[in-house]
Design a protein around this ligand. Sequence first.
Ligand code: PLP
Length: 336
Amino acid sequence: MEINLISDTVTKPTKQMLEAMFAAEVGDDVFNADPTVNALQDKVARLFGMEAALFFPSGTMANQVAIKIHTHPGDRIFCDKWAHVYNFEGGGIAFNSGVTSKLIDGERGMFTATQLATAVTGRADIHVPYSKLVAIENTTNKGGGACWEISELQKIKKVCNTNNLKLHLDGARLFNALVAKQQDPKQFGEIFDTISICLSKGLGCPVGSLLLGSKKQIQQAFRVRKLFGGGMRQVGYLASAGIYALDNHVERLAEDHQKAKQIGRALEVSAAIKSVEPIETNIVIFYAQNETYLLESFKKASVLITSMGEGKLRIVTHLDFTEAMHKKVLQIIASL
Ligand SMILES: *Cc1c(COP(=O)(O)O)cnc(C)c1O
């Protein structure tokens, strides 16, 4: 039995999800004529208390389109040094939008309002690029699934308002944060100008992301999505998986979080492990005494994990990681 813990994107649709997909009513979404896509977009917009939403094939495209609509070439954006938009989207900030990034040296992928205020200096100086956008990631990926406090986000929003900056949330795993911290999605809708969410991470869909924003922003995003090649046709088959996931796979994220914490505790007491980062959601980041030995041991037991460089190892729990698999992983860790 192979146990794949490299990411929560490795899940396959459940039988019930596939049934929902087969039963979807569809139309040509490039003409806004797919009723299931429209229903998903309305559902997510309502959930966050935002005006509109748009379906995307990937989180990367949703983030990149957001950056495009908030900026002009030559502008700069602010994000954490570990941000996915900066590190893992192929340089898209520069390639797609011609924008530079000012990186903030945060903690576990999160920075403070004070750090942002310090970074946004020299605005009047003609040498300095125009400052347009702040991008936040919740939960943080490279930061080990860490969750932001609403109070800090509100302070960051104030800095944005003072400095005329838009605020985007890369919420690929936002539902993990909402469940872990029991937060209200509408609070996020109030703070952020645009939010991207992924259906293909913890929620277990094969494909799909959404971008949320004002009606005007989503209209612009609709154009830019087409320009980026992301206009899709009878895509309601995929959107129906999203509706199914929102109705059935959100609350259960707590199980993934619990398994991640149990794995973390097992790693902490193992002599083979140097240290484990704090665990808030479904991502476990840890450092081995001997990385080669550890990766080999997992591989021999058919457990797949990720090496993130700089000695960082990552385990991600998910919908297809069963109780039996979990028991086996705990046994393997105990035997290291
Ligand atoms: C996975 C991920 C994305 C992008 O998602 P894709 O659908 O793989 O393009 C964006 N941001 C974060 C934090 C992610 O983890």
